[in-house]
Structures are given as structure tokens and as C-alpha cells.
Design a protein around this ligand. Structure first.
Ligand SMILES: NC(=O)C1=CN([C@@H]2O[C@H](COP(=O)(O)OP(=O)(O)OC[C@H]3O[C@@H](n4cnc5c(N)ncnc54)[C@H](OP(=O)(O)O)[C@@H]3O)[C@@H](O)[C@H]2O)C=CC1
Ligand SMILES: O=C(O)[C@@H]1CCC=N1
Length: 272
């Protein structure tokens, strides 16, 4: 089967996020022959080719054969990748970057004049079709191209379009967010073990509690304060615990932690 360049998407940097998108597209019914992957690890490429039956090519060759390029390398590797592919980027190429911190202006300056660029911040729940992404158009990205970028992310979850000045905050909230939740889950499991429960039991209790609480937030549409108050009986166990969290300034710690993540995203833009 011959696949046109217009229908082809190349993932350049097939690591955690690259694979998350690839697997989501295939689960959503995209034909594997329309996806090219590139990575500097031959072992990783061999593994992904086996697993998903997609074609692997060096980055510049993949870039020449695809109308949409998804740049999914670490921010620190972005300059080198863009230099490698720049000569293969055509007038109609759409470049979609997933990298934290890297601005559309940076990419536009490295790519041929007038290249359409969209900046996206996804998250790892895309692996289970529950991703949350934000997308921002660069200076030359038109509405159809923004819709194309949005469609790539919608295959694995929800997408919001936002002005690019919000993307460092998005990175700090939903991009890094799953890690904060996993950190809280780890701490709660440890607490169950501290109280004498088998680790497997504690894990089951915590994971289902998280799932139930997330489902309540989503399905009831109630404010989290209302849901928290429903759990907090006067003079009861929950208030005893929440008082300790307040005494240990856990809420303030979340604010400063998330500020630090946004600051770090802005530093990555400056190549630090
Ligand atoms: N992980 C996450 O939760 C999220 C990540 N992101 C962003 O997504 C991007 C990718 O992150 P993640 O998937 O975690 O990173 P990974 O390190 O897992 O994946 C990046 C892959 O790209 C490869 N690579 C580096 N340079 C090149 C190149 N020139 N050509 C081909 N392949 C190359 C890397 O190889 P090697 O291993 O040899 O370096 C690696 O396999 C980052 O910019 C990150 O900011 C955004 C949201 C969430
Ligand atoms: O930690 C990081 O830099 C990347 C960006 C958002 C999630 N992971």
C-alpha cells in the first residue's frame, strides 16, 4: 500500500511520550502504515517496530516523508534534532512540539522561514486514553493546522487550546501533574503499611480511593471543597488528618512546588 506524505505523521523521539501518542493513535484506528518513528536508540526502535508494526527511519528521512512531524525529544535535545531535520521541512509541513519550555518562536527561528509550528503539552495518562493536553499555535500555524495538532492529541484524551503564555503553567499543572498524584499515592500506601496492613491491600485501597475520588470530581461537577466537606465529620477522623496536613503546610508546599515547575519550564526555554 502506498501512503501519501499528506497522510503520514512522523514521531521524532520515540520515548515515553512518543510511544504514548503512537499507541493511542493505533488504538483509535489509525493505520500503522501512516506512522513513521525515529529514535537514536536502535534497540528501542526494534522493540517499537515489533510491537506496533510501524516503520522506522533516520529523523531527516522521516521528516522528508511526513507532512506532520511530532517532535518528542527532551528539551535539551531539541536544537540538535531541529538542525538535523531542518533541510527536510517543506512549505506544507506542520511541526508539533511536545517539549517542555521550548517556544514556538525558538522552533520557528531554527526552521525554514514561515514553517507552521504548534506547541503541545500532553501528559502520560495519554497511554490509557485519559490524557490532558494543551495546544498553542505558533505565528504561521493556521486554523486547519491547529485542528490537525488537536486531533493528534484528542486520539488519547482531552485537549484545550490556549495562548502560549500559559504553557509553562500547563506544564507545571497537567504535564507534571501525574507525578504529584503518584507521589501522594506512594505516601498513602506507605501510611497503610505503617499502620500494619499488607502492602498489596494498602495499594488496592489507595488506588480505588483515588479512582473513586477522581470519578466523583468528574461526574458530579461539585467543587472539591464540597466533596471534602462531605467526608469531614465534625470532630471526626478526617478533620484530625487534615489538621496535620495544614500544620505541615502541605497546601502551601503544592503552591511553591508548582511554581517551581513553571519556573523550570521557562528556564528550559532559555536552554538552561
Ligand atoms: N514524560 C512526560 O510525562 C512528558 C514529557 N513531555 C515532553 O515530551 C518530550 C519527550 O519526553 P519523554 O518522552 O519523557 O522523553 P524520553 O527520553 O523518554 O524520549 C525521548 C526520546 O528521544 C530520543 N532522541 C533524542 N534525540 C534524538 C534525535 N536527535 N533523533 C531521534 N531520537 C532522539 C531519546 O533517545 P535517548 O534515550 O538516547 O536520549 C529518547 O528515546 C520532552 O520534551 C518532554 O518535555 C511533555 C509532557 C509530559
Ligand atoms: O518533567 C518534565 O520536564 C516533563 C515535562 C512535563 C512532564 N514531564
Amino acid at each position: 500500500m502506498t501512503v501519501s506524505r499528506a497522510d503520514t505523521v512522523a514521531i521524532l523521539g520515540a520515548g515515553v511520550m512518543g510511544e504514548a501518542l503512537l499507541s493511542g493513535w493505533l488504538r483509535g484506528g489509525r493505520d500503522a502504515v501512516t506512522v513513521l518513528i525515529s529514535d537514536r536508540s536502535p534497540e528501542r526502535l526494534a522493540n517499537l517496530k515489533d510491537k506496533y508494526a510501524v516503520r522506522a527511519l533516520p529523523a531527516a528521512e522521516a521528516a522528508a516523508q511526513a507532512a506532520t512531524l511530532v517532535l518528542a525529544v527532551k528539551p535539551q535535545d531539541m536544537r540538535a534534532l531541529v538542525q538535523e531535520i531542518s533541510g527536510a521541512v517543506g512549505d506544507s509541513t506542520l511541526v508539533v512540539s511536545l517539549a517542555a519550555g521550548i517556544t514556538t518562536a525558538f522552533l520557528e527561528a531554527q526552521l525554514p522561514e514561515g514553517t507552521s509550528v504548534a506547541r503541545v503539552m500532553p501528559n502520560t495518562p495519554a497511554l490509557v486514553d485519559q490524557g490532558m493536553s494543551a495546544v498553542s499555535p505558533g505565528a504561521h500555524c493556521d486554523a486547519d493546522q491547529l485542528a490537525t495538532a488537536t486531533g493528534l492529541l484528542q486520539a488519547c484524551g482531552r485537549v484545550v487550546a490556549l495562548p502560549e503564555h500559559h504553557l509553562d503553567a500547563v506544564t507545571a499543572i497537567s504535564g507534571s501533574g501525574p507525578a504529584y498524584i503518584f507521589y501522594v499515592v506512594e505516601a498513602m500506601i506507605e501510611a497503610g503499611v505503617l499502620l500494619g496492613m499488607p502492602r498489596a491491600t494498602s495499594t488496592e485501597l489507595v488506588v480505588q480511593t483515588l479512582y473513586g475520588a477522581a470519578t466523583m470530581l468528574k461526574e458530579t461537577g461539585e467543587h472539591p471543597t464540597v466533596l471534602r466537606e462531605q467526608v469531614s465529620s465534625p470532630g471526626g477522623t478526617t478533620m484530625a488528618a487534615l489538621r496535620e496536613l495544614d500544620d505541615h503546610k502541605v497546601r502551601a508546599a503544592f503552591l511553591t512546588a508548582i511554581e517551581a515547575a513553571a519556573r523550570r519550564s521557562a528556564q528550559l526555554a532559555a536552554g538552561e
